[in-house]
Structure formats: C-alpha cells, structure tokens
Ligand binder design. Structure first.
Ligand code: PMP
Length: 359
C-alpha cells in the first residue's frame, strides 16, 4: 500500500515526476551529465528555464506586463524584498491572518511603517480579517492568500487602487488565481511547484525600479536574466511538475480535484463525533491545508500515531497551534483522503480515547 504524505511542506510531489527525475538523474537528456553538474548558462539549462517560465505563464495566464523571477531565500526572503522594492512613501498596509502574515509584518517594519488594517488575531485566526472600505496612501496592501497553518483562505479581495501583494506559497497552482488582480505574487516552491530552495515572484513590471539595496535583493537585477546561479535542480524538477500539471488538465483540473478532496475531508470532520475542523466558517476554508482536532492533546497525538502506523504520515499540526492538520496539495490523490477518512472512522469506532497508547 502506498504511503500518503500530508506534510504542509515540503509536500508530496507527483510520483511519475519523481520517477522521471530518478531516471534522468545521472544523465540529463542523454547528455552524460547530471542536471546538478550542468552550468546554469548552458544551452540545455537555458532552454529548461525558458520552458519552466512558459509553462507557469500558460498555467496561470500571466500577462507579458508581469515579470517572473526565480529566486532563493524562500517566501521568507520576500517578507523583506517586497517592502524594499515597492517602497515609495514608506507606508505599507497589511492584513494579519496568521503566523505567516505576522512574520511578513515584522520584516516590513524593518523597512518602513506598517499599518495593520485588519487582523483576525482576536478570533484566534479561525476566520479571516475584515478590512476598511477605503484603503489609501499605502505603497501596497499585503495579504496571505492561503494560511497554511490556520487553514483559512481569501475568496474575496479588497477593492482598492493600492497594488495587492499576496503570499501564495500554499495555494499557487492549486486553485485559480487571477494574476491581474495583483501587483505581486510570491511563493516558496516546496508545496505545489517542486523541491525547496526555489521561490517564484510574479511582479508587474511597472512596479519594479532601480533600488539602492544589495544586488541580490533588487528585483530589477533578476528581470529576464539570471543574476547568479539559481537553484538549478529545483528549477528542473519544477519544470517537470508543471509539465505534469499541464498534462493532467491544468489549474482548473487541480482546483476541481482539490475541491473534491477537501470537501470529502470537511464533510467527515463536520459530521464526526470525535474530530472537528478548526475553521468553521465554510466560505473561508482552505482547499489545501485543513487543521483539525479532537479537542484533546493526547487523543490528537494518539490519532497521529495510529494514522502513521497505517502509512498516513505527517498529520501533526504546526508547532504554533498543535492539533492535527492534513495538507492536500496537488499530488495527493483522492484515495489518500479516503484512506484518512476511513482511518478516522476506525479510530473513532475502536473507542480510542485519552489513554490510548499502544499502536
Ligand atoms: N508563507 C506561507 C504561507 C508559508 O506556508 C510558508 C512556509 N510554509 C512560508 C511563507 C515560509 O516559506 P519559506 O520556508 O519558503 O521561507
């Protein structure tokens, strides 16, 4: 029986891609050289990088007015690169929807003045923040479109002339995102794109300008060129993952599957007498990250171990919130979710409770 990996990231990647990468590892396209030994300026790699960008542009319908940058430093580096590069007046608006927003806010504060115009802190981040009707005078408005830890996601966006900046690390390519609504989107690759070590930034070209910051930190230095050695292996795997998504039917098909999978799990959680979802507001539930709990720490841990013994791994919640969490990225098949739901029922029926210890 296969192992189903519910990790929030690095997350599960499509098995056919991993097999292909393995088969190609020693000799990339019969070159006699591994992709990890190949110059990033070589013809082969240049071609690969072009295909990668073309595929992303097709999959997300990214217009030419946007540049696509392949960076390192994770989504975390974007917490400071965004304010450094978009700063004009030096005032930034942020919506606080959880742990990752807070980290983005903390780094932006090192660059300018942050106005937190809405926060869901008061409700423990189980809902999304609300925002004022008019938003003015900010260089940009930042939001975390899908909250990996708390399990919420925006389905409506603020109407404003201020450029929207969104962290899409955990929902890029998992659901439709209307690129034109945003000035900038960024995502760490290690969930739906490929291995860690790669970050994609999609930014409207008119927002990019020369900046007096260290060379790597300036977007301008990365537009339509490789400033330095990028994460070549991650880009290679990403190109193959994107090819897989295209072959499977694109983002529409990924979203259809992710809806099916998440609805299956939410239904089980909503009707369970033991487990409950952390996000009850059905309009803001994430399709990709579903935190849940029994309400008892020991029972949660007992279930995590029970599931692990049945090859359902990485179901522990984030260390900041505890409990349980299932991440259902593109590579997670519906069967994985069915297995999880069945296992929850079995656990419940077998009468496992607080004192459950033997797995
Ligand atoms: N933002 C979000 C929404 C995330 O889920 C994560 C990582 N899980 C990060 C930022 C941080 O990403 P990285 O580890 O690539 O810096």
């Amino acid at each position: 029986m296969p192992i189903y990996n519910f990790s929030a990231g690095p997350g599960m990647l499509p098995a056919p891609v991993l097999r292909e990468v393995q088969a190609q590892f020693l000799s990339y396209k019969e070159s006699g050289v591994s992709i990890v030994e190949m110059s990033h300026r070589s013809k082969r790699f240049t071609e690969l990088a072009r295909h990668l960008e073309e595929r992303l542009r097709r999959l997300m319908a990214i217009p030419d007015e946007y540049a696509v940058l392949w960076l390192q430093g994770g989504a975390t580096l974007q917490f400071s690169m965004v304010p450094m590069n978009l700063k004009t007046a030096g005032r930034f608006a942020y919506l606080d929807s959880g742990v990752w927003s807070q980290k983005a806010i903390a780094d932006a504060r090192r660059v300018g003045t942050v106005d937190v115009i809405g926060s869901a802190r008061g409700v423990g981040y189980s809902e999304l923040p609300t925002w004022p009707e008019t938003i003015q005078g900010a260089d940009y408005l930042h939001l975390t479109l899908n909250n990996t830890i708390e399990g919420t996601r925006y389905t409506a966006l603020p109407e404003t002339d201020v450029p929207l900046v969104a962290d899409v690390s955990s929902n890029i390519l998992a659901e439709h995102i209307d690129v034109r609504r945003f000035g900038l989107l960024y995502a760490g690759a290690q969930k739906n794109i490929g291995p860690a070590g790669l970050t994609v930034v999609i930014v409207r070209r008119d927002l990019i300008s020369e900046r007096d910051v260290p060379s790597y930190l300036s977007y301008e230095n990365h537009v339509d060129t490789l400033l330095n050695t990028p994460s070549t292996f991650s880009m290679y795997v990403a190109e193959r993952v994107l090819a897989w998504i295209e072959a499977e039917g694109g983002v529409d098909e990924m979203e259809r599957r992710n809806r099916l999978k998440s609805e299956r799990l939410y239904r089980a959680l909503d009707t369970s007498s033991l487990f409950r979802p952390l996000v009850t507001d059905t309009t803001s539930r994430s399709l990709t990250n579903i935190p849940f709990t029994t309400g008892n720490e020991e029972t949660d841990e007992a279930f995590r171990l029970y599931a692990e013994a049945r090859d359902l791994i990485e179901l522990g919640g984030h260390r900041s919130v505890g409990g349980l969490r299932a991440s259902l990225y593109n590579a997670m098949p519906l069967e994985g979710v069915e297995r999880l739901v069945d296992t929850m029922h079995e656990f419940e029926q077998e009468g496992h409770h607080v004192s459950y210890k033997n797995v």
